[in-house]
Write a protein that binds this ligand. Structure first.
Ligand SMILES: *Cc1c(COP(=O)(O)O)cnc(C)c1O
Length: 472
């Protein structure tokens, strides 16, 4: 494809995206296709001869679009948002256009330096401890997802706890290593235990309180029991915004336990970290000074399209020692000088995308004040929705919403709640998801789509009210 042809097709693709976002509300939010139907519409074998972009775009509309669930719809209230934005999409396009691979500083200095710089900006924006900044012993890096951040933190904690013997010789000899998270922690913690060779069975799920936040006392008791059994506690993952209900684990008391026990404290703020852009929500980070590492996902609630997780460590030497490699073919003068950051040593894969561009462009487009305004809107609309639930005898609020997610249910059986959710999502007019809290089926109404307005939230409430009438 010549640069001139690319220009022509590129304009068509931008038009396509702009039309899509402009009309995203016209699609049923949840895709209605049956399993296998997209593949059935595709040719069995790949084309022998070149095909035109026009044909491909026509097939995008005809074959692919029916199988899309519209995460960018303002009527998408399921899971957590994955809220893209114009400036972020443009940043993603530029990253693809440059086509660089940023494994080393030397393989594109701007890729590394912009990333370090924007992550220092974010320390200021979220009012995180200054030890996370790159000008001290810490520093930030962009990971694909929070799952990877948690895994990297666990690996560094594992190696630090064994004096880096595990890094060299594997986990031979020594006591079993154990890690802790609450019963509400994200499933990525369990996966990380399996991948890190620590074993799923060595993850302790600590009891939570009536707001689904970890009980520090229960954590201390679990640790004491493990020590009594000859195990070595090494790691605790605290959630700032659990996945089911955005519960906020108390970092102060948890951090004190971790410090006393010599354990690594990782803070997973995937969804709710973004709220700390606003001073009035910074209480969620109370006690953060105890953290060894922290992550949040701009790809959830900060208008940066997937994927973009920001991950900071208090002491970058721990992470780099755990993950660094230096084969001959990657040796270069800049690395040898010790004056540069090589992000291949801060993550699992070697290669890496230029993700900082979309983050930088998004922050510059909105400005900190614009981002704060959006977060405040989302939280206030969620509170409005929670008030409607509270005022309606047919429903109950399962827990006071700390941020932009409302967990609620019909005062009825699990089955009735499940049927109501299915009925709502089948209308195509909106989409919610569910979880289980205290063993009971619970509906999740999560605000945060880029295109959402108060009006969309009001319409969603009306739809939910009438669905409740239908279920009876
Ligand atoms: C969403 C979420 C994750 C997983 O996010 P990925 O970035 O997709 O790995 C991890 N932890 C918490 C608390 C989450 O809410």
């Amino acid at each position: 494809m010549s640069p001139e042809d690319f220009r022509r097709h590129g304009h068509a693709v931008v038009d396509w995206i702009a039309d899509y976002l402009g009309g995203v509300e016209t699609h049923p939010v949840l895709s209605r296709v049956a399993p296998g139907s997209i593949r059935d519409a595709l040719p069995t074998s790949p084309p022998t001869h070149a095909e035109s972009v026009e044909t491909m775009l026509a097939d995008l509309d005809r074959v692919i679009m029916p199988g899309i669930t519209h995460w960018q719809s303002p009527n998408f209230f399921a899971y957590f948002p994955c809220n893209a934005s114009g400036p972020s999409i443009l940043g993603e396009m530029l990253s693809a256009g440059l086509g660089i691979q940023g494994m080393l500083w030397a393989t594109s200095p701007a890729c590394t330096e912009l990333e370090t710089h924007v992550l220092d900006w974010l320390v200021e924006m979220l009012d995180l401890p200054t030890f996370f900044r790159s000008d001290g012993e810490g520093g930030g890096v962009i990971q694909d997802t929070a799952s990877s951040a948690t895994l990297c933190a666990l690996l560094a904690a594992r190696d630090r706890a064994t004096g880096w013997r595990s890094n060299e010789h594997g986990l031979t000899g020594g006591p079993p290593l154990v890690a802790y998270a609450s019963t509400e922690a994200h499933s990525s913690m369990e996966k990380a235990m399996a991948i890190a060779g620590l074993g799923r069975a060595n993850l302790r799920l600590v009891e939570v309180d009536e707001r689904f936040a970890m009980r520090p006392q229960a954590l201390a008791e679990r640790i004491a029991a493990d020590r009594a059994d000859g195990r070595l506690p090494i790691f605790c993952c605290a959630n700032i915004g659990s996945t089911s209900s955005t519960a906020i684990d108390p970092l102060g008391p948890i951090g004190e336990v971790c410090r006393r026990e010599g354990m690594w404290l990782h803070v997973d703020a995937a969804m709710c970290g973004t709220a700390a852009l606003c001073p009035e929500f910074r209480w969620i980070h109370k006690g953060i000074e105890h953290a060894d590492s922290y992550c949040f996902n701009p790809h959830k609630w900060m208008f940066v399209n997937f994927d973009c997780d920001c991950f900071w460590v208090r002491n970058r030497a721990d992470l780099v020692r755990t993950l660094s490699v230096l084969p001959e073919y990657l040796r270069n003068e800049a690395t040898a000088s010790g004056k540069v950051v090589d992000y291949r040593d801060w993550q699992i894969p070697l290669g890496r995308r230029f993700r900082a561009l979309k983050l930088w462009m998004t922050i510059r487009h909105y400005g900190v004040a614009g981002l704060q305004r959006a977060i405040r809107d989302h939280v206030s609309w969620a509170r409005w929705f929670a008030d409607r639930v509270r005022d309606d005898d047919r429903f109950e609020l399962v827990v006071e919403p700390p941020a932009s997610l409302v967990c609620f249910r019909l005062r009825s059986s699990d089955d009735a709640n499940e049927r109501m959710l299915a009925a709502l999502n089948a209308t195509g007019e909106l989409m919610l998801s569910h979880t289980r809290l205290e063993g009971r089926y619970t509906l999740r109404f999560s605000v945060g789509a880029t295109l959402a307005t108060k009006g969309h939230v009001e319409r969603a409430w009306r739809a939910i009210e009438s669905a409740a009438t239908g279920i009876g």
